[in-house]
Design a protein around this ligand. Structure first.
Ligand code: SF4
Length: 200
């Protein structure tokens, strides 16, 4: 079907109208069906331990529910927290999966350069390999001095003690304290490119 400009505007206006009606229904007073479904979700009971989300410096309050064996069975926002008042961001709301997750990889996986498959390695091997490559790369690319622009349009040699050959990008499960120790170590090595996924 060929649609001219006038017909296109009419169709678009109709679509917007339908969307508004649908949205009004969704945000109207009738939340009955949703509440009915929510009531079917089993409430997990156990010992409730107030805690703090480990991920970032906002420090949202959590309630960790554990069973008789100390196993975590639920983590929710803590309504008594003056900081977060029961709310958690999506990452904090998924903290439960940090401890209970069948998909979590618990072994070191290594793929050699040029290889088409992954191998299991020990943690000791991985730590040794990372330390070896970090030292080798830093030694080969360390800048004690660097030319910097001066105020007269020329250059001046400044002591920088850094390396641009190593970068660190932190993952989503690195918590606040780990990030603190991590940046201390990398800054001590002279690493400039240091970033974390959980930047808030
Ligand atoms: S990661 Fe989210 S829930 Fe956790 S402290 Fe930060 S803002 Fe709060």
């Amino acid at each position: 079907m060929k649609v001219d400009r006038r017909q296109f505007i009419k169709i678009s206006a109709g679509a917007v109208g339908t969307a508004v009606v649908a949205e009004t229904a969704a945000f109207g007073a009738d939340t009955g069906p949703i509440q009915k479904e929510a009531q079917k979700v089993p409430i997990k009971t156990g010992r409730q331990v107030p805690s703090v989300c480990p991920y970032c410096a906002v420090g949202c309050g959590q309630i960790v529910t554990v069973d008789d064996h100390g196993k975590i069975i639920d983590i929710q926002g803590n309504p008594d927290s003056p900081i977060s008042q029961g709310t958690l961001c999506p990452k904090g709301a998924a903290t439960f999966q940090l401890v209970n997750n069948d998909l979590r990889i618990t072994k070191v996986r290594y793929r050699a350069p040029g290889s088409d498959h992954w191998e299991d390695k020990s943690l000791d091997w991985a730590m040794g390999r990372i330390a070896e490559l970090t030292k080798k790369t830093r030694d080969a690319n360390f800048n004690e001095f660097q030319d910097m622009p001066d105020r007269k349009g020329g250059t001046i040699k400044k002591r920088v003690m850094n390396t641009y050959a190593i970068a660190s990008l932190g993952g989503a499960t690195m918590d606040n304290e780990w990030n603190y120790a991590h940046q201390k170590l990398f800054h001590a090595l002279g690493v400039v490119y240091l970033e974390n996924q959980a930047r808030i």
